[in-house]
Write a protein that binds this ligand. Structure first.
Ligand code: NAD
Length: 264
């Protein structure tokens, strides 16, 4: 299959690092015009430069904006009024026991992980419906199905994304617009690498040992038995963003190495 997205504009939120960066690079390789987003201009410029270097002929620009706030989304929309592909990737996680999660934590997780995608979908989806083509992808998590006891607030936001994506898909009936979710499992992104490094230090282990024991201890049902790479997640996202994925709509696509044991 040759995925060709020449002429389409794609916005990947939170794409200066991690899964988002791999998705932006993957979409750039299909010929799409990619817009990289992060909060700092310096990081956006560095990430855009890295993609231009890695993908010959890549069409990349960057917009620095904090998508967790209404003002940040407004600024992003002013710089980029229309997109064909919206990847709602920006997200945060933090292990914290339920009894220590404050009201502010709950609100912050909801704003960053859910409201960013809600605001941007509300702004960009009408144009997709008018033009009769578009792709919206929410980067949820297997934690939206298997709520982790060590970060229930995070799990809540990832389930909420599944609900929003499925609801939005209902608005696309009879059009060539699709809205789907992708559910990664533990993935070795920059954010997770920092978390694993801290874990290794705490437990006197090497980073490799800490990564391997994290999956075995905290995700024992994993069939993959290791962290996924950011590239493995990006592959699914690029596919579901393609013209070829036209019959996949309203789906929750799992790229979690078999952690979730239910069939549906
Ligand atoms: P990461 O921390 O490595 O990268 C996140 C990116 O988002 C960074 O570029 C950061 O600057 C940006 N970002 C954060 N808040 C932002 C904001 N308010 N506005 C704009 N940009 C912002 O994260 P990651 O691990 O690559 O995670 C990406 C997505 O994948 C998240 O939604 C996360 O929940 C989901 N996910 C990750 C894993 C995993 O194990 N890594 C597993 C399942 C789901």
């Amino acid at each position: 299959m040759n995925i060709d997205l020449l002429g389409r504009t794609a916005l990947v939120t939170g794409s200066t690092a991690g899964i988002g960066h791999a998705i932006a690079k993957g979409l750039a390789a299909t010929g799409a015009s990619v817009v990289v987003n992060g909060r700092s201009q310096a990081k956006v410029d560095a990430a855009s430069g890295a993609i231009t270097k890695a993908v010959p002929g890549a069409k990349v620009r960057g917009v620095a904006a904090d998508v967790s706030t209404a003002a940040g989304c407004k600024a992003l929309l002013a710089a980029l009024p229309s997109v064909d592909i919206l990847i709602n990737n920006a997200g945060i996680f933090e292990p914290k026991g339920f009894f220590d999660i404050s009201d502010e934590d709950w609100s912050r997780f909801y704003e960053v992980n859910v409201m960013s995608g809600v605001r941007l979908s509300r702004a960009y989806m009408p144009g997709m419906l008018t033009r009769n083509w578009g792709r919206i992808v929410f980067i949820s998590s297997e934690s939206g199905l298997n709520i982790p006891k060590e970060m229930i607030h995070y799990g809540m936001t990832k389930t909420a994304q599944l609900a929003v994506a499925r609801g939005l898909a209902e608005l696309t009936r009879g059009t060539a617009v699709t809205v789907n979710s992708v559910l990664p499992g533990p993935t070795m992104s920059e954010g997770v690498e920092t978390f694993v490094r801290d874990l290794a230090k705490q437990n006197g282990q090497s980073v490799e040992e800490a990564a391997s024991s994290f999956v075995k201890q905290h995700r024992p049902t994993s069939l993959l038995q290791r962290f996924a790479s950011v590239q493995e997640i990006a592959n699914m996202v690029v596919y579901v963003s393609s013209k070829e994925a036209s019959a996949t709509n309203g789906a929750a696509l799992r790229v979690e190495g078999g952690i979730v044991q239910t069939i549906a």
